[in-house]
Design a protein around this ligand. Structure first.
Ligand SMILES: Cc1cc2nc3c(=O)[nH]c(=O)nc-3n(C[C@H](O)[C@H](O)[C@H](O)COP(=O)(O)OP(=O)(O)OC[C@H]3O[C@@H](n4cnc5c(N)ncnc54)[C@H](O)[C@@H]3O)c2cc1C
Length: 314
């Protein structure tokens, strides 16, 4: 087949390779449970750190179950790297005084970013999607927590946003009203729940802008390698899984390597398409593994930041 000389068949990934600007990226990690998991977390951090992320966030387990491990991980990132840790914090299972104490400690140890969340009921009390009953002496929701964080110190406060609506919300409009309350309380950036329906995400961001909300809305990207696990998580979060994604993983239950290659290709294409829509910030749910996210960042034009000349010569 001969193509006319002016026509180029080129997709979003190749176009990403032609771009000259560098997007901003951030990475989410979870606090490790065992020494072996600690080792793999630090391998991931070491591999991804040279990509100079805007921040790296550390999750807070359901029901506050990882409180100590989250604090330890955040502290180690501060002590041993130049990365900016964003500590996730929830309202679950703690009084306002206890939460305030944690916020103050974070500020004193040098943390400047908090991901302010309500959290879900603990697994024994319904888990994700269960009925959330706030403690009488605790913060009731992310808005109250955000207000408290900003009242204690001038943190950057990041909050969760839900392009396909939070499962407990009656409507997307209600969700956007809640986001507005979080912004009025001091939130400076929204990180989205993971999603695969790009149109839904773009429609959501349009609605957020129509509501007069101007904080950056950063897409949360989840490279999927475990499709069976994803289906469970997506059902709980009410995130739609398009049929094409199921088709790509069909029959690969025992072929982890091919699943990983597909995961990388799907996530890279999603990000490249978002770049074409003007998005320049990406937050990656790393699951404490560097390789896929590293490859996707390469596709997006994110490279290692060269050491300063003095450092390089040393
Ligand atoms: C980027 C990201 C990171 C996350 N990290 C963690 C983590 O580390 N640990 C963890 O346990 N969970 C985490 N979660 C999950 C999160 O805790 C749950 O999604 C939780 O159910 C809602 O948290 P939120 O901060 O969005 O809550 P909120 O913003 O408080 O909203 C919760 C629900 O209450 C409703 N609501 C809030 N305020 C009002 C109001 N004034 N009036 C009426 N309705 C209201 C909202 O519409 C929504 O349905 C994360 C989620 C995201 C998107």
């Amino acid at each position: 087949m001969t193509l006319p000389p002016t026509r180029r068949v080129i997709g979003p990934v190749a176009r990403a390779g032609e771009r000259t600007y560098r997007p901003r990226v951030s990475f989410e990690f979870f606090p490790p449970k065992t020494p072996a998991m600690e080792e793999s977390l630090w391998q991931a951090i070491t591999r991804l750190a040279p990509l100079d992320p805007a921040f790296v966030s550390v999750t807070y387990g359901a029901g506050g179950s990882t409180r100590e491990r989250t604090h330890r991980t955040v502290k180690r990132i501060l002590d041993e790297t130049t990365l900016k840790p964003a500590a996730h914090l929830t309202c679950v299972g703690a009084s306002r005084d206890e939460v305030d104490e944690v916020i103050r400690e974070y500020w004193e140890t040098g943390v400047r970013h908090i991901v302010s969340l309500r959290g879900d009921p603990p697994p024994g009390e319904g888990g994700i999607g269960g009925v959330y009953v706030p403690r009488a002496d605790g913060y009731a929701n992310a808005t109250e927590l955000t207000k408290a964080v900003r009242g204690i110190a001038p943190f950057e406060v990041l909050v969760g946003v839900y392009p396909e609506k939070h499962p407990e919300s009656p409507s997307l409009e209600h969700d956007i009203d809640v986001l507005k309350q979080k912004v009025d309380a001091g939130a400076t950036l929204g990180i989205s729940q993971f999603f695969f329906d790009l149109d839904a995400f773009l429609r959501y961001v349009d609605k957020v802008r129509d509501a007069g909300i101007t904080i950056p809305i950063v897409p949360g990207i989840m490279p999927v390698t475990n499709f069976a696990g994803l289906k469970k998580m997506a059902a709980a979060c009410q995130t739609a899984i398009p049929s094409w994604l199921g088709n790509l993983f069909d029959g690969l239950e025992h072929d982890a390597e091919t699943r990983r290659l597909i995961a990388c290709s799907v996530a890279a294409e999603m990000c490249a398409k978002l770049q074409e829509q003007g998005f320049e910030d990406f937050h990656f749910y790393t699951l404490n593994r560097a390789d896929l996210v590293y490859a996707i960042c390469r596709v997006l034009g994110v490279r290692e930041v060269s050491p300063a000349p003095a450092e390089a010569a040393a």
